[in-house]
Design a protein around this ligand. Structure first.
Ligand SMILES: *Cc1c(COP(=O)(O)O)cnc(C)c1O
Length: 463
């Protein structure tokens, strides 16, 4: 990733190259189905609706900014993943993308399992009644308390991330008189992001145990010796926002290579392989994500073929989509506060949120699209940068986009595909209050996470 290192943040005061921008879209009122939640459309007056409720009503009732989540779309995507992988595989929703008790219940009802990676995520899942054996616990530095809580609750698996953790989990499980099901997370030297992957990536990262140098094989050896552990499989997660399946192909080949080495050395065939998450979604019309059934078919074929070649029984496959389920289901609804044209440059559109509700643009140079949603407009397109209200020039929500030139304060605009890693990464920077998540379905809207209040903020400040 290219990243300019300006002390004020990435892309501070960048210079516009001549002719740099793609042409504006043919119709600024169009809502590309690829980037918007499934029930989104415009009503006869040009106002955008979702789940049968229009955005002006939502703004009046819940205020702005707000994350508006299409519950039917969430359930449909969860179900599509579940159906695509069938009864011989498991789908674990990666809770870090966005987790709330309502989400846990939807997952439960749609037959998905759940990944958590902290005590807080585990507590959320358990408090919503998710059965512990359908929860997998991840993380590179789980505390002893977190491990103890997870083992006591009876989580389905703990994904071991280091040699120290192998011993730590074994010890805690044994002291509780339990034998904990575990997988070992390995790094296979594959890095995948978007349309590229590197098969010889450095295993220079904090997660997992490197396959290289026999370390993963040694981890298996140690785990098999410890009474507190039942080693059930190997885990690999290769990246994020991936469109190209070839990275998974190389990763599966290497994981199966380890399963074969384990069989040859110990005479056992580990029954599970987890290929992680990271499947991409459309943030703009330029992205072309694959459907769950295509992904399931490709991954199942890869693992089956590799296992046949290694003369191994095909293990039970699991996958961990987060973004691919929740990402497209929500948009962030903002009110325009100021519109500032800068001659010969572009127009800065300031909204009532910003990097506190969407850090991804500043953090990853992520790209988003944006639309005027409180009305349709026939005005000419204008080049805009949508920015927030924070004291930071890197506070950009949408770096480059087109909105109608008659855009004015009070208009509502929405940024689609913000269901994943926006609310879950939201902060209180500048003591801005974190927005609610509003679920809409069949003409009804309800906050599943309410807006933060100043009392919430002050409650933590004990003077
Ligand atoms: C983040 C993460 C996921 C989910 O990634 P998405 O890009 O949201 O699909 C799955 N598994 C592990 C281990 C992760 O760290």
């Amino acid at each position: 990733m290219s990243r300019s290192a300006h002390p004020a943040g990435p892309r501070h005061a960048d210079v516009l190259p001549e002719g740099h921008y793609a042409a504006p879209p043919a119709d600024l009122n169009a809502l590309d189905a690829k980037v918007w939640a499934r029930t989104v459309g415009r009503d006869a007056d040009g106002v955008v609706t979702v789940g049968g409720v229009d955005v002006k009503t939502l703004a009046e009732e819940f205020g702005t900014p707000a994350y508006i989540l299409d519950e039917d779309d969430f359930r449909a995507r969860a179900r599509a993943w579940r159906t695509a992988f069938g009864a011989d595989a498991d789908v674990f929703y990666a809770g870090k993308a966005f987790l709330s008790r309502a989400v846990v219940r939807w997952l439960d009802e749609e037959g998905l399992n759940l990944d958590v990676c902290s005590g807080g995520e585990l507590a959320t899942a358990l408090s919503a009644g998710m059965s512990a054996d359908r929860i997998a616990f991840h993380g590179n530095n789980k505390s002893a308390q977190e491990i103890e809580r997870a083992v006591r609750a009876g989580v389905g698996r703990i994904v071991l991330d280091s040699f120290q953790e192998i011993v730590r989990v074994a010890h805690i499980a044994q002291s509780l008189g339990k034998r904990q099901k575990v997988q070992i997370r390995i790094t296979v030297g594959v890095e995948a992001h978007t349309h590229e992957f590197i098969a010889t990536a450095h295993e220079d990262q904090k997660f997992g145990i490197p396959l290289a140098g026999g370390q993963a094989a040694e981890a298996v050896r140690r785990a098999l010796q410890l009474d507190g552990l039942e080693l059930v499989g190997i885990h690999s997660h290769i990246g994020s926002q991936i469109f190209d399946m070839s990275g998974f192909e190389v990763a599966a080949h290497r994981v199966v290579g380890l399963l074969k080495a384990v069989r040859d050395e110990h005479g056992i065939e580990l029954p599970e392989i987890d290929l992680g998450g990271g499947l991409g979604i459309a943030y703009t019309s330029d992205d072309d994500p694959r459907e769950p059934h295509e992904i399931a078919k490709a991954l199942t074929e890869i693992v089956t073929r590799e296992c046949e070649a290694a003369r191994l029984r095909t293990p039970r496959i699991s996958v961990e989509p987060g973004r691919a389920i929740v990402g497209p289901t929500a948009f962030t609804l903002y009110e325009v506060g100021t519109v500032k044209p800068l001659d010969g440059l572009r127009t800065y559109v300031s909204v009532d949120g910003g990097m506190s509700d969407n850090i991804r643009t500043a953090l990853y140079d992520a790209e988003y699209s944006v639309a005027l949603v409180s009305r349709a407009s026939d005005a000419e397109p204008m080049l805009v940068r949508v920015v927030g209200k924070h004291c930071e020039s890197g506070d950009i929500v949408v770096r480059d986009a087109f909105l109608p030139a008659d855009l004015a304060p009070g208009d509502l605009i929405a940024v689609p595909a913000t269901g994943a890693y926006c609310r879950s990464m939201a902060s209180n920077y500048n003591h801005v209050l974190r927005p609610p998540v509003v679920a809409v379905r069949d003409g009804e809207a309800r906050a599943i996470v309410r807006r933060e209040t100043e009392e919430d903020l002050l409650r933590l400040d004990v003077g």
